[in-house]
Design a protein around this ligand. Structure first.
Ligand code: BTN
Length: 325
């Protein structure tokens, strides 16, 4: 563990710690402690300094811990899962893609306190400030080839919304293909990296980003309406959230491996936040407007247009309610 991580663990309780005590713990000078405190501030954390008392975090911080995430897992399918908590990483999904390329064939999950190059859909970046939200990726393997995994991203969406509900934030929904929504605002997103042989096996990294308690200044980089679990009335302990999301994801992946998309379809359509609404579907080729009519058995979007019901597969598509333009 780095000295920065040790310092943060000491301060995480939100209580005052004297510079002397911190210096002793870290085995460095008080000036060096001060320098590291500046480093924590640079991460976006508010550290208060009061003479005679020392330093404290303005808000106590629940750091990610593998044992605490595991406590929440409680599903048989998760038993063989390897779990890692990282202080920082470029992207939790890229981390797992590197493991996959190096030959990893087990199930691995990774969560991080922050991402330096978090990736979103359609080449966008994912705002990933320190200690504030959930950045989680899961590496899974399937016997079938990538073509058979059509619909898996919808399944991941259903799993994440189930977890959010279990955490007490009622009313979360989905926007095709797999944005997690709450009252018309985005609460989270899912990104799948799929690879493999045409006839199988295939390998999937499912990346989940969920806003938990997004700091206002970090959110300035977000260019669409957003919400976090805190505002939606859910629990904000990130170990619990990570465990719940992972448990639901593992279970859903297992079911998908056996039975495909079918057992999830009705639930996806029931949680469709745009069902029956007039929407516009845009791609580089242009835009199509119509009424959103849920998804079909392959997970394709159904749009009722002037020319009848048309279906659209995933890709570089963006879907919006017409009245939001
Ligand atoms: C989207 O654009 O809606 C998808 C966002 C996915 C973000 C998550 S955060 C964890 C994982 N690591 C990444 O770099 N991206 C995904």
């Amino acid at each position: 563990m780095s000295a920065d991580e040790t310092l943060l663990q000491l301060l995480a309780d939100g209580r005052f710690h004297s510079g002397e005590q911190l210096a002793q713990h870290l085995g460095v000078s008080r000036a060096a402690v001060w320098k590291r405190i500046e480093g924590l501030r640079a991460l976006g954390l508010e550290v208060q300094a009061v003479s005679g008392k020392g330093y404290r975090l303005a808000r106590a911080l629940e750091l990610l811990q593998t044992e605490r995430v595991r406590e929440e897992l409680g599903c048989d399918d998760c038993a063989r899962l390897r779990l890692e908590c990282l202080y920082e990483v470029d992207s939790t999904s890229d981390y797992l893609l590197r493991l996959l390329r190096s030959g990893e064939r087990g199930e691995v999950a990774v969560v991080a306190e922050r991402q330096l190059a978090g990736r979103g859909r359609r080449g966008r970046s994912w705002v990933s400030p320190f200690g504030a939200n959930l950045y989680l990726s899961l590496l899974s393997h399937f016997t079938a080839g990538p073509a058979a995994l059509m619909g898996l991203s919808l399944v991941a969406g259903v799993a994440v919304v189930r977890a959010i509900e279990a955490l007490g934030a009622a009313g979360a929904g989905l926007k095709w293909p797999n944005d997690v929504m709450w009252q018309g605002r985005k609460m989270g997103g899912i990104l799948l990296d799929v690879s493999g042989e045409a006839n199988g096996p295939s390998h999937v990294v499912t990346g989940v980003g969920l806003n938990v308690a997004m700091p206002r200044d970090a959110a300035e980089g977000i260019d669409q309406p957003w919400v976090d679990i805190k505002e939606a009335g859910g629990q904000t302990g990130r170990n619990r959230i990570a465990g719940r999301v992972l448990a639901e994801l593992c279970e859903a992946m297992q079911r998908f491996q056996q039975d495909g998309l079918a057992p999830f379809l009705a639930e996806w359509n029931q949680r469709d936040s745009l069902a029956g609404r007039e929407v516009v579907l845009s791609s580089e080729q242009g835009a199509v407007t119509g009424i959103a009519r849920g998804v079909d058995g392959q997970g394709f979007l159904r749009l009722e247009t002037a020319g009848g019901v048309k279906t659209f597969s995933y890709g570089e598509l963006s879907l919006r309610p017409l009245d939001a333009n």
